[in-house]
Write a protein that binds this ligand. Structure first.
Ligand code: ZN
Length: 319
């Protein structure tokens, strides 16, 4: 079969990235990105997406006739049929049409999915789930999202929002979560939670090698800096990661008991940079879940890394 290509767009809270993907092999032929922070309005969003897509097409040097479509994975809730991003918190806009303007501009079909859903799709076809029909992909970042695959198909739920594992409640009177509720897993196990805990300890004057790597004003702490601190044996940072990973394990134990998946795939910058997170979460999950499902469960790292979103979005155009 001749090679077919599609453009995948990963439209996130802080950046738009796009790449040309070979749909037969899953190989990324090119990639480009732009920040979304200074976005002005809706037209501006579409313009920015087009400029990133153009850049990725230029770099790919692929015959345009072989490009079959443009897939978009967007952070937030989406209407897949209409190709509309329903709640675009990152740019403060609602009901933002994405597929129609792109389709018109390039004269190609365009499809839209949620970012976690498309990253799960990427792992299913070309990543850590390619030989497995029943798994859950959990992505740890600013928040925690998950995609559910049952019999090789992504489960979306009645309102298309299945997989909100981050809002599983661990403590009825716990910390407040970004969603407004209290005690959600996300408030304890996300990268944001790890960074917050480290910042609080630093503000209390505790000692850590990570002190120089933190932007105390903005509270920014990169996964790589966390990984380096752990490698150097830093107690404060190691403690923060172990605590969060244990909470993740508690959440996963419930998922294992309830859903009985064959595999859990953990991804996201922190998980990829810090091996300890997965190890601790896996141990805690297996220790807490019921014996029979625990015999079968495998906990593994996602394989497509930063590109899961682009590859998965491109795959929306595969059929
Ligand atoms: Zn929540």
């Amino acid at each position: 079969m001749p090679d077919k290509f599609a453009v995948g767009v990963d439209f996130g809270g802080t950046k738009i990235s796009a790449g040309v993907v070979n749909l037969e092999t899953g190989r990324l032929v090119s990639a480009a990105k732009k920040k979304t922070r200074q976005v002005q309005d809706e037209q501006d969003v579409v313009k920015r997406i087009i400029s990133v897509v153009d850049e990725s097409l230029n770099e790919a040097s692929v015959d345009l006739k072989k490009v079959v479509g443009i897939g978009i994975g967007a952070a937030g809730m989406v209407n897949r049929q209409k190709g509309i991003l329903l709640a675009a918190v990152n740019i403060g806009a609602n009901d933002l049409p994405l597929t129609e303007p792109l389709s018109k501009h390039y004269n190609l079909p365009s499809k839209l999915g949620n970012d976690v859903e498309v990253a799960t799709y990427g792992e299913l076809v070309f990543g850590a789930g390619r030989d497995c029909d029943d798994f859950i992909c959990v992505f740890v970042g600013t928040g925690i999202g998950s995609g559910i695959v049952r019999d090789g198909i992504i489960v979306r739920g009645a309102t298309g929002t299945a997989g909100e594992i981050g809002h599983m409640v661990l403590f009825p009177d716990g910390k407040q979560c970004g969603c407004g509720a209290f005690g959600c897993l996300e408030a304890y196990a996300s990268r944001t939670a790890v960074a917050k805990n480290i910042l609080v300890d630093l503000q209390r004057g505790l000692d850590s090698v990570i002190r120089d790597k933190v932007d105390m004003q903005k509270g920014i702490l990169r996964s790589k800096a966390i990984a380096q601190a752990i490698q150097s044996g830093d107690e404060l940072v190691t403690r923060a990661v172990v605590d969060s990973a244990q909470f993740m394990g508690i959440g996963l134990a419930s998922v294992i008991n309830f859903y009985n998946p064959q595999r859990i795939i953990l991804g996201g910058g922190l998980v990829e940079a810090v091996d300890l997170y997965l190890k601790v979460a896996e141990k805690e999950a297996k220790r807490r879940c019921l014996k029979i499902p625990s015999r079968k469960i495998e906990v593994v790292k996602a394989e497509l890394g930063d590109y899961a979103g682009i590859i998965g979005a491109a795959l929306l155009c595969a059929n």
